[in-house]
Design a protein around this ligand. Structure first.
Ligand SMILES: Cc1cc2nc3c(=O)[nH]c(=O)nc-3n(C[C@H](O)[C@H](O)[C@H](O)COP(=O)(O)OP(=O)(O)OC[C@H]3O[C@@H](n4cnc5c(N)ncnc54)[C@H](O)[C@@H]3O)c2cc1C
Length: 262
């Protein structure tokens, strides 16, 4: 999906699919695809024509002539991504997943991925919480277990409130989607809440564990790095809040500057 000049503004993507005999020729570049260095099959959002209605998607196999996978780069969470380059890369028409006009359908399906992202965020936040709780029960300072200090008790209470609230929003989105795809609004609420709760829990858990939490051997610093990435991946927290605001005010708030009057 993501391109050098199309991140949050994903509909600005420029990777083109042009008809060529009984297939299509793809030209353009993609960035940030997680594990793109190892993948065998790629779901690539492409432009068949102008505007949002010109966007669709195709499947491209590794090794297809004209498809080059660049040098791997590492995210802070340890996962790798590679730049993908399509230079007159020809694919058969059977590889078109969604033709022009398929963008909204593709994004509805992507809400499932967003719930997966939300579930992972809350799960890693909870794991960090459990590890820190154990630490607070056993670590002694000033002659008593550190869980006896109110300053730390309130951190745990805040983490528990946020994690439980976020998980309930996630469950609402999943349960209401049991006969179809999750709603965009409930998905946005769930993902934003889980991303924030997961990251805050990991961050506060690390604080509770002091130097042990900040050490590379600690699983909690890993939870922190993973949960941090999900606040950006799959629709950043800010973009999700924009979507939530549109539901609240029952109107669209276009993010692009107004077109100059002709
Ligand atoms: C861990 C990780 C995994 C990823 N995996 C994939 C993948 O598998 N496939 C893929 O295609 N992409 C992937 N991405 C890319 C991801 O989708 C983009 O990073 C994301 O959409 C943001 O785009 P950007 O990085 O270009 O930031 P930008 O769009 O440049 O945004 C920069 C900042 O500005 C904020 N911002 C932008 N516009 C607005 C606005 N209108 N209102 C308020 N704030 C705004 C953003 O929230 C962000 O904080 C991944 C990213 C990460 C971090």
């Amino acid at each position: 999906m993501t391109e050098p000049d199309a991140g949050s503004a994903v509909t600005e993507l420029t990777t083109k699919a042009e008809p060529d005999g009984d297939g299509f020729v793809i030209n353009g570049a993609k960035i940030f695809g997680t594990h793109s260095g190892e993948a065998e099959l790629f779901l690539v959002y492409v432009r068949f024509g102008p505007g949002v209605d010109g966007i669709g998607s195709v499947l491209i196999e590794r090794g297809t002539p004209g498809f080059d996978i660049g040098r791997p780069s590492a995210f802070m969470n340890g996962e790798h991504w590679s730049e993908l380059h399509f230079d007159n890369c020809r694919i058969p028409k059977e590889n078109v997943l969604l033709p022009a006009g398929g963008f909204k359908k593709q994004m509805s399906g992507f809400n499932v991925e967003r719930l997966g992202n939300a579930a992972r965020a809350v799960a890693l936040g909870r794991h960090a919480f459990d590890v820190a709780r154990e630490h607070a029960l056993n670590r002694r300072q000033f002659g008593r277990p550190i869980c006896e200090f109110q300053g730390l008790q309130w951190k745990f209470a805040d983490m528990a409130i946020r994690l439980d609230s976020a998980q309930l929003l996630l469950m609402r989105a999943a349960v209401n989607a049991d006969r179809g795809l999750p709603s965009a609004y409930e998905t946005a609420m769930a993902k934003a809440a889980c991303n924030l709760a997961g990251f805050e829990a990991a961050n506060e858990s690390l604080q509770v564990m002091g130097g042990h939490g900040f050490s590379e051997e600690s699983i909690v610093q890993y939870c922190l790095r993973r949960t941090r990435g999900w606040m950006i991946a799959g629709g950043s927290v800010e973009i999700l809040k924009n979507r939530i605001a549109e539901e609240i005010f029952e109107r669209r708030f276009p993010q692009r500057p107004p077109r100059p009057a002709s």
